[in-house]
Ligand binder design. Structure first.
Ligand code: ZN
Ligand code: ZN
Length: 339
């Protein structure tokens, strides 16, 4: 009898702890995006949206996607190239539209993910399961993870007055760019009904959120590991297309400072984000692109890859059966490179 009472007390205490470990505002915000986003999809499929509203939602989704990839991730998160201030400000605005945290907090968490990948300090640790990495990770307060995130150096970002402006006035900017701007444009410019404009906004927020969730879940669970077989990060064709070229995640975890986030930065490999950076580079708007050398990549594949070469369309590596244990093929392969 006594033992049962004790067990009940423990369970109640655990429940109380779980309650306080949940980030309720994030749960409510995310649940709203899912519920109203899906209602918005139903509205779209049943013909309630004006065509211009659909184009507007699609445009914001695309702008946010590229701003996150090119701006928050490659430019500011990894410092993999440099750009002028105007372009940087556009990318910051695009990030703000996506409904994510401030860039400083976003980068802090992303750098922690790179530093502590697959450990208890990794904010989106895939070892806790696919859905934890996909979405649940945002809902839990974990002292170990919070401590790890706060230990990450973001002094380079704090020295940037544009980023500090976004950080200091974040709630105000966030409210305007997530809840007001995307809604008033369709209402005032082409007389969309207010409730449809709101639902369309929730739907595109859901699309943006899903795009980012794919980074943490799909890109750490389903696909080959040509560059480092020890990490959970993988290359994934669906993720590459859905995220405009970010899905070469095994490569990215192996060479985080490469501006292409991939071995291949061309259209043939769906790396739209790298193509845009290259186009800006040719116009003189981008400089100092960091890149891993071909020989560095080749050696890494042989040393630590899983032997798959699934996405290569040139040279002998196009044979997916070829593995790094095949000495003769390795020799042939290295003939193409100078050391
Ligand atoms: Zn990752
Ligand atoms: Zn990264």
């Amino acid at each position: 009898m006594e033992a049962t009472k004790e067990i009940k007390l423990v369970n109640q205490k655990e429940l109380k702890n779980i309650f306080f470990e949940i980030k309720w505002p994030t749960v409510i915000q995310t649940a709203s995006i899912y519920v109203f986003g899906v209602i918005g999809v139903i509205g779209l499929l049943t013909g309630h949206w004006k065509f211009l509203t659909f184009l507007w939602a699609l445009l914001i989704f695309i702008v946010c996607g590229f701003s996150m990839n090119i701006g928050s991730h490659r430019l500011l998160g990894h410092r993999s190239f440099k750009t002028n201030r105007v372009l940087k400000l556009i990318l910051i605005f695009g990030h703000t539209l996506s409904g994510q945290w401030s860039i400083i907090n976003w980068v802090r968490s992303h750098r922690a993910h790179h530093k502590y990948t697959d450990t208890a300090k990794d904010p989106t640790n895939i070892k806790k399961g696919f859905w934890f990495s996909h979405i649940y990770w945002m809902f839990w307060y974990s002292p170990a993870v919070e401590k790890a995130i706060l230990s990450i150096d973001v002094s380079d970002l704090k020295a940037d007055k544009d980023l500090m402006f976004q950080y200091d006035y974040f709630l105000l900017i966030h409210f305007f760019s997530v809840a007001i701007f995307p809604v008033i444009v369709p209402v005032f410019l082409w007389n969309e009904a207010l409730w449809i404009a709101c639902l369309a906004n929730f739907t595109r927020l859901l699309a943006n959120l899903t795009q980012l969730s794919v980074f943490n879940s799909v890109m750490h669970s389903h696909g080959p590991k040509p560059y480092d077989e020890k990490t959970s990060a993988v290359d994934n064709i669906f993720a590459i297309i859905f995220t405009f070229g970010e899905g070469f995640h095994n490569f990215h975890h192996t060479f985080p400072s490469d501006y292409k986030c991939a071995e291949f930065g061309d259209l043939k490999h769906f790396n739209l984000s790298a193509c845009i950076i290259d186009w800006w580079y040719r116009r003189g708007w981008v400089t100092d692109r960091n890149e891993a050398t071909k020989s560095m990549i080749a050696q890494t594949k042989i040393k630590s890859g899983d032997g798959t070469h699934w996405f290569e369309s040139e040279n002998i590596l196009s044979n997916p059966q070829w593995g790094h244990k095949d000495e003769q093929k390795i020799e042939e392969f290295f003939k193409d490179f100078e050391f």
